[in-house]
Design a protein around this ligand. Structure first.
Ligand code: NAD
Ligand code: WQD
Length: 352
């Protein structure tokens, strides 16, 4: 199939581009490089020996988007493009709502104009909110989010679900005589904590500024770009007192997207699917595993809890297995090994 990846130069998009190309699919990318660099795409091409049709554009720019989609006419769109920093979203909520909602609306409008029907969306486990108890299953009611970023995901899921429902009604009303009404296929992927890097060490996570997330922070600490790690709270009701998460290797996640895109192109309706491992690990588990991977213990101190953190978050990963025939195969050893390979080989990231 031909897949179009919005935000495909970013962390998860670039790894998914590798997995899609290696599975024999064609890939085109739209990215405005707000949080990424063209070098990531060059490296994906180097890893795979295959070409990507790259478009530098804002997905919310409908005229440009229409031109690109008309040229590509993809079998499936994977919509990664978005702003994703939780703390920044609290400071700049309007920018987050504008960018994340506008890109999704623009896509839906132009897809309808062109009769494109298949879209996979990057959602997040954050939509389970504070009140659900893990393991999170897809049929749990979505919760109250703790920040504007989370609400944009919550709302985008709703927008896509409503658009799908309307498309199904329109398709049913128009019958099967092919008069143009086309039913959408929507796959909402709820990622848990994507971490690690491609096994080659050529692509990986390259956050701009000081990382907010645990694993890129530890990686930068290990190459001397940070001084020490603060573990946010050791008084949670968990075995070692630190929060537990479902850390998923980004290449497992990428391979999950290949299956999700293939599923999306072959079905109609809306499916919500967790992409996680189902295995929780604590902050201190990750600190220890990374120290073992890089050959030197990670320096840390215990600090206060971080506002907005939930104690526990991990997936029930059964639906992905059942529906997509996909499950994660890499553990925290591989995660830390590959994160270290990427960071030690590229201490300044892509350096652009
Ligand atoms: P990322 O920032 O590395 O990638 C997002 C990409 O989208 C970047 O390349 C950025 O330049 C691009 N972009 C943003 N707005 C754009 C616009 N208007 N037009 C064109 N390009 C635009 O982030 P990521 O970690 O790869 O995340 C990808 C998606 O997955 C995001 O939607 C994110 O919210 C979601 N997600 C990420 C995580 C995570 O922990 N990384 C977890 C759950 C969900
Ligand atoms: C993991 C654990 C921290 C940094 C976030 C978003 C979520 C999703 C994934 C996009 C927590 C602890 C962290 C540090 C620490 N993103 N920590 N010291 O918060 O689970 O999820 O990224 O959708 O929406 O909220 O990930 O990596 O920030 O934190 O102790 O310097 O590490 O308290 O327990 P989180 P994280």
């Amino acid at each position: 199939m031909k897949a179009l990846l919005t935000g495909g130069a970013g962390y998860i998009g670039s790894h998914t581009a590798v997995a899609m190309l290696e599975a024999g699919h064609e890939v085109a990318v739209i990215d405005n490089y707000y949080n990424s660099s063209a070098e990531a795409i060059r490296r994906v091409e180097k890893i795979t020996g295959k070409n990507i049709n790259m478009y530098e554009a804002d997905v919310a720019d409908k005229d440009k988007l229409r031109d690109i989609l008309k040229t590509e006419m993809p079998d499936c769109i994977i919509h990664f493009a978005g702003l994703k920093a939780v703390g920044e979203s609290v400071e700049k909520p309007v920018e987050y709502y504008r960018n994340n909602i506008d890109t999704t609306l623009a896509l839906l409008e132009v897809m309808k104009e062109l009769g494109l029907t298949n879209i996979v969306f990057s959602s997040s486990a954050t939509v389970y909110g504070e009140d659900n108890v893990p393991p999170f299953t897809e049929d749990m009611p979505k919760g109250r989010c703790t920040n504007p970023y989370g609400w944009t995901k919550w709302m985008q899921e709703q927008i896509l679900t409503d658009a799908q429902l309307a498309s199904a009604s329109a398709a049913a009303a128009s019958g099967t005589d092919g008069d143009g009404a086309a039913e959408l296929s929507v796959v909402l992927l709820r990622y848990f904590n994507p971490v690690g890097a491609h096994e080659s060490g050529m692509i990986g996570e390259d956050p701009k500024g000081i990382p907010n997330n645990l694993m890129p922070y530890i990686s930068q600490l290990a190459v001397g770009r940070r001084d020490h790690l603060t573990v946010f709270g050791d008084d949670y009701d968990t075995p070692d007192g630190t929060c537990r998460r479902d850390y998923i290797h980004v290449m497992d996640l990428a391979e999950g997207h290949v299956k999700a895109a293939e599923y999306c192109a072959a079905h109609k309706g809306t499916e919500v699917i967790n992409l996680g491992t189902g295995e929780p690990y604590s902050v201190l588990d990750m600190v220890k595993a990374f120290g073992e991977a890089c050959g030197s213990p990670v320096r840390y101190e215990i600090g206060p809890r971080r506002a907005g953190d939930v104690q526990d978050s991990w997936a029930d990963a059964d639906k992905a297995k059942r529906l997509l025939g996909w499950e994660a195969s890499r553990g925290i050893r591989e995660i830390c090994r590959d994160a270290w390979k990427w960071q030690s080989g590229n201490p300044e990231g892509y350096g652009e």
